[in-house]
Design a protein around this ligand. Structure first.
Ligand SMILES: *Cc1c(COP(=O)(O)O)cnc(C)c1O
Length: 379
């Protein structure tokens, strides 16, 4: 798409992605594998270009949320191993086998159904076992009261034909907040692994560290780390900046559509919630909530225009919003404005509306073209 047609776009800097990748890898043991989490369209950064970049950087594994996301990567020619972190109905086992996609299994019934499908297809299906050590999401329950039972269920699952048990993993609920809880989860996981080893069951790839644990708890790295948000240059929580220098990969930009001089007393945008207190210069930005720019930002967030900052005026509309540029003389139609970027951190927007930067990044909508920089390519 030529430059002037882009009303709002997301620049994705693959050189920054590469530096983040290397910085995170450097935190782990050289023998530790790296699973790049590219679910949700790589947290809004574009699954295929990000997966290709990670593959060429040497990431041993990729992971996605669901079968469709895995197939998108395979159809684009991505060959790295892919793990589906969510569930896939066993009737789609054929697609997993055909495309060489590994599946998470979190209960014995699913294991049995996948085993039957793989046996019928005459081809082993690669699976990773998920255990629930305290997240209460997917996986075989494995708190202190259920450790022995979990080991027994896993022994039966591992005896099923047709499945190649490549990995075992768990997920931390509070690795950015509560060390004691995280270590309790980790201890449960290690305890389970010991009980399995006593039964002669050993999984080649044991993994549990998403970004927060990659940064906070090196002891949890085990055989593979599994970062998502950190790869995209964001800390799971404030205060981890000293551990590792990360750079935001996405810069969300728009371009001033119009500049208007409006007198004091004029109401701005839907609901007339904002009435200008002074004669003002108002810039119209062609970005709105249909682009994933939250309506909750209305009248509150600032954008960057050149070296200055401009405050949102009134409600964010579906496709446009207005900002106050009275104190930024010289702003003209066509000027670039940064919505999320180094000088306008996405974290500020997330804090403002009481959510996390993950959600803002994932919500940058498909209407917003992604423009790839670096990585040996311009577009
Ligand atoms: C999303 C996800 C990750 C990545 O989490 P980040 O906090 O983005 O690093 C890792 N593991 C599982 C199971 C996930 O669902």
């Amino acid at each position: 798409m030529d430059d002037m047609r882009k009303r709002t776009w997301a620049e994705i800097d693959l050189d920054r992605l590469a530096r983040n990748y290397r910085a995170l890898r450097a935190l782990a043991d050289p023998s530790c594998k790296f699973m790049g989490v590219v679910k949700a369209n790589a947290y809004g950064h574009g699954a295929v270009p990000v997966a290709r970049a990670l593959e060429s950087l040497g990431a041993e594994y990729l992971s996605v949320a669901c079968l469709d996301e895995a197939l998108e990567l395979r159809e684009a020619g991505v060959q790295a191993p892919i793990l589906i972190l969510g569930l896939t109905p066993p009737e789609y086992a054929g697609a997993l086998l055909e495309h060489g996609i590994a599946q998470t299994v979190g209960d014995l019934e699913t294991a049995a159904a996948l085993s039957a499908a793989a046996t019928a297809a005459g081809k082993p299906l690669t699976v990773h076992l998920k255990v629930d050590t305290g997240m209460s999401r997917l996986g075989i329950l494995c708190d202190e009261a259920h450790l022995e039972g979990a080991a027994e269920i896993i022994r039966r699952a591992c005896a099923l034909p047709g499945l190649r048990w490549e990995g075992i993993f768990t997920h931390f609920a509070n690795a950015d907040g509560d060390e004691a809880y995280t270590m309790r989860q980790f201890t449960r996981f290690l305890d389970l692994l010991d009980r399995l080893a006593a039964r002669g069951i050993v999984f080649p790839i044991r993994h549990c560290a998403a970004s927060a644990a990659v940064l906070n708890y090196p002891c949890t790295h085990l055989d593979m780390i599994r970062p998502g948000i950190a790869l995209y240059g964001h800390y799971p929580a404030p205060g981890m900046e000293l551990t590792c220098a990360l750079e935001p990969v996405m810069t969300l930009k728009t371009r001033v559509a119009a500049v208007r001089d409006l007198p004091a007393g004029t109401a701005v945008s839907y609901g007339c919630t904002r009435v200008l207190e002074r004669d003002s210069r108002v810039a119209v930005l062609p970005v709105g909530y249909a682009d994933g720019y939250f309506r909750l930002f209305s009248d509150a967030l600032e954008v960057q225009i050149g070296p200055g900052r401009a405050h949102l005026l009134g409600r964010v509309c579906m496709d446009m919003c207005m900002v106050d540029v009275t104190d930024l003389p010289g702003v003209s139609p066509g000027d670039e404005s940064v919505l999320y970027g180094d000088q306008a951190p996405v974290e500020a927007g997330a804090d403002l509306v009481g959510t996390i930067q993950y959600e803002l990044l994932c919500d940058v909508s498909p209407r917003v073209p992604r423009v790839y920089l670096g990585g040996g390519r311009e577009d």
